[in-house]
Write a protein that binds this ligand. Structure first.
Ligand code: CO
Length: 134
């Protein structure tokens, strides 16, 4: 069961330029940068009233975010929903025939366990489920 929107993922070519833009134009403040080797990204979290913007910069020209930018350009990449029990959610989704990109949870920012639902099952939107302690 979804508890809240956890973050919105935005693909950028250059992380520091992206952060500067959100800080200067919208007056927001980056709360931290983290490199996630498994997904070949560096991410910057920018909190807005309990929801994070997650700016994503690829660390590898063949990584998923680099390929996304190549195909579609910079911009909105995914929406992430917080769930309390991701293993239970995965079971339910598999039973109902929803296409998952990964069935085994991966480790995301702040040690979160994450699963991606294929955009083909979600009206063209890449959806991430996140389980983590606050
Ligand atoms: Co994310």
């Amino acid at each position: 069961m979804v508890e809240k929107i956890d973050h919105l993922g935005i693909a950028v070519k250059n992380l520091s330029a992206g952060i500067e833009r959100y800080e200067k134009i919208l007056g927001l403040e980056c709360s931290g940068i983290e490199e996630i080797d498994e997904q070949k990204v560096r991410v910057a979290m920018i909190p807005v009233d309990g929801v994070n913007l997650e700016l994503l910069e690829s660390t590898d020209p063949n990584g998923p975010v680099a390929r996304f930018i190549e195909r579609k350009g910079e911009g909105f990449h995914h929406i992430a929903f917080r769930v309390s029990d991701i293993d239970k959610e995965v079971e339910k989704l598999k039973e109902s025939g929803v296409r998952l990109i990964n069935e085994e949870p991966r480790i995301g920012a702040h040690g979160a366990r994450i699963v991606f639902i294929h955009p083909g099952s979600m009206n063209g939107v890449l959806v991430e489920l996140v389980e983590r302690e606050d």
